[in-house]
Write a protein that binds this ligand. Structure first.
Ligand SMILES: Nc1ncnc2c1ncn2[C@@H]1O[C@H](COP(=O)(O)OP(=O)(O)OP(=O)(O)O)[C@@H](O)[C@H]1O
Ligand SMILES: [Mg+2]
Length: 337
């Protein structure tokens, strides 16, 4: 479907995107994930046509669109700040694209009502001014406006980041449903790793204008290719050389001391299953604990360095500061770079 080939974007001397090669499949929910300033929006704007790349080309279904004007690309857009027309009603906002395309009045009405229903905007809202709506409702209008011309591709740049956590989760689910039902290819930008993991078919992790890994959420989480990806996605403990030596000794598995090693917080265990022959036991002391409701976070001291794990609990702490605990690490769970 969408193919970025050797794309470079420069702003004067500054290289924002180095040499991007990325293929997005039809019907995919594809996410650009990365920290602020890594080039997510720039890549999206290049796809939509606001930015001309200094090198490379973009094709959609084999057709070169690198120099195609924005309006001819037929890509729907949703942004973080809703970018609605503030003096127009909800109806007029959603209908805008259809009016520009000179659709008949009754066809516009039918289509606007259809799309409003898809994004769950009740009919009584349609005649309101957009400034009378809540943030969540405004974002629904923005999504409806992107849907109205039935584009094959919709790009969304941090569309939920202005909303509160609960609404964000709800709209996330609705977006996913919409994408599946309408068969739209969605290109989604976020710096929120949880959002990327829960929504995406595949994720591209950006860092400094370079894509460090492309993969399914499970792949980028469990088999993070680079140290950056490992640290950006979820929580990971850096494992000290002393602990690595100990694990090598006890397990008989050779681990190169020149490398860097990590283990995800939830992979560090205080219990192992019966019959687990692989996990290595380490003596630890509880240094601190934090209560998060459904789980607790414990910080331990192990051979002079600290490790953090999370424990599911029933509302009560299992351990107290100063407790001696045995921690288990399965060498297969260690990430190395
Ligand atoms: N029009 C521009 N002129 C000059 N530099 C720009 C321009 N647009 C973006 N940049 C620079 O390019 C880099 C990438 O910016 P971009 O907006 O793509 O980041 P981002 O990944 O979307 O970040 P955020 O999560 O903060 O939105 C940044 O260093 C930014 O300062
Ligand atoms: Mg951005």
């Amino acid at each position: 479907m969408i193919n970025f080939q050797d794309i470079q974007v420069k702003f004067d001397d500054f290289v924002a995107i180095q040499n991007l090669n990325l293929f997005i499949k039809e019907g995919e929910f594809f996410t650009f994930l990365g920290p602020s300033g890594c080039g997510k929006t720039t890549t999206l704007r290049t796809l939509v046509g606001f930015i001309n790349p200094t090198k490379g080309k973009i094709t959609v279904d084999g057709e070169d669109i690198t120099n195609t004007p924005i309006e001819k690309r037929q890509i729907g857009m949703v942004f973080q700040s809703y970018a609605l027309f503030p003096t127009m009603s909800v109806y007029e906002n959603i209908a805008f694209g259809l009016k520009v395309q000179k659709y008949k009045k009754e066809d516009i009405k039918k289509r606007v009502e259809e799309v409003a229903e898809v994004v769950d905007l009740k009919e009584d809202k349609l005649m309101k001014n957009v400034s009378e709506l809540s943030g969540g409702q405004q974002q629904r209008v923005a999504i409806a406006r992107a849907l109205v011309l039935a584009p094959k591709i919709i790009v969304l740049d941090e569309p939920l980041s202005n909303l509160d956590a609960k609404l964000r989760k709800q709209l996330r689910k609705e977006l996913k449903k919409l994408q599946l039902e309408q068969g739209i290819t969605m290109v989604y930008v976020t710096h929120d790793q949880e959002e990327a993991l829960t929504l995406s078919d595949r994720v591209a992790v950006f860092n400094n204008g370079v894509v460090e890994q492309v993969g399914t959420p499970e792949e980028i989480y469990n088999q993070s290719k680079t140290e950056f990806v490992c640290n950006f996605i979820g929580e990971a403990n850096s494992i000290s050389t002393e602990i690595i030596d100990e694990i090598s000794k006890k397990s008989g598995i050779k681990l190169d001391p020149a490398k860097k090693y990590y283990i995800r917080t939830e992979k560090l265990k205080t219990k192992v299953l019966n019959g687990d022959q692989q996990s290595v036991a380490l003596q630890a002391k509880v240094v601190s604990k934090e209560f998060y409701g459904t789980y607790s976070l414990y910080k331990y001291e192990v051979m002079g360095s600290s490790l953090i794990n999370i424990e599911k609990e029933d509302g009560n702490f299992q351990y107290s500061e100063g407790d001696d605990v045995t921690l288990f690490i399965n060498p297969n769970d260690i990430l190395q770079y």
